[in-house]
Design a protein around this ligand. Structure first.
Ligand SMILES: Nc1ncnc2c1ncn2[C@@H]1O[C@H](COP(=O)(O)OP(=O)(O)OP(=O)(O)O)[C@@H](O)[C@H]1O
Ligand SMILES: [Mg+2]
Length: 210
């Protein structure tokens, strides 16, 4: 509703640049608010996901298409994967949101450009059982690596906390990764992070193979 009226207002007062600027500021704030509410709804909604047998490759290619259209051109996006991966049970909307939140952070960590690489492979449940409770014999591991700013150990320890952010007020709410964590959790999976300041970051999402 606010966005609709804002649009009407902006059409009527294009001759006053100061008002146009103010409308622009309000419009942007509203857009951010909408995004925030959507994130909060995902976080609060503890409903079961609508799981569908899904080909990881197809899911990632679709995501890459989205990133190609929306990310700055100085970020090179690549996918390393074979087509032989087992299917996974995912709620496509939720999982896309979970992956997207990681990608947006990667973009923010590479203000001067860089590389974003996706890699998908199968791993034995046993090999990851050390530091996580594993429920499946095999997992599909989706690794997302950026060549951005990286994180120190203190930051890494807190990234999944709701409202933890290192971004300036108005730029980050600190909800992205807690949403990702929640979504992966409801898929019986888990997330690992590996990062070095100035070198970059890898997020690994493990999802049970069918
Ligand atoms: N790829 C990354 N490289 C460097 N730092 C990262 C990366 N991903 C996450 N972080 C750090 O983790 C923090 C928390 O991330 P999270 O996505 O939860 O919140 P946010 O990005 O700050 O805000 P929001 O996602 O709500 O807009 C970030 O503020 C940042 O410090
Ligand atoms: Mg974020």
């Amino acid at each position: 509703i606010i966005q609709g009226y804002m649009h009407l207002l902006s059409e009527r007062s294009t001759n006053d640049s100061e008002i146009a600027e103010i409308i622009n500021v309000i419009a942007n704030a509203t857009k951010r608010g909408t995004g925030l509410v959507q994130q909060l709804l995902t976080l609060a909604r503890k409903t079961q996901p609508q799981l569908q047998p899904t080909a990881v490759d197809a899911m990632l290619r679709e995501l890459l298409r989205l990133l190609d259209q929306t990310f700055p051109k100085n970020i090179e996006v690549n996918l390393v994967s074979n087509n032989q991966l087992p299917l996974i049970n995912v709620d496509l909307n939720q999982m896309t949101q979970a992956l997207l939140n990681i990608c947006i952070n990667a973009r923010d960590a590479m203000p001067n450009g860089g590389k974003l690489t996706f890699e998908a492979k199968v791993v034995d449940g046993q090999t990851v059982a050390d530091d996580h409770e594993t429920t499946a014999a095999r997992y599909v591991c989706i690794a997302i690596t950026d060549t951005g700013a990286g994180m120190d150990a203190d930051t890494q320890n807190r990234i999944f906390e709701p409202f933890f952010t290192t971004k300036p007020i108005g730029q980050g709410t600190g909800l992205g990764l807690s949403v990702t964590y929640g979504i992966v959790k409801t898929h019986d999976g888990f997330v690992k992070v590996d990062s070095k300041p100035t070198e970059g970051t890898t997020f690994r999402i493990y999802l049970p193979a069918r």
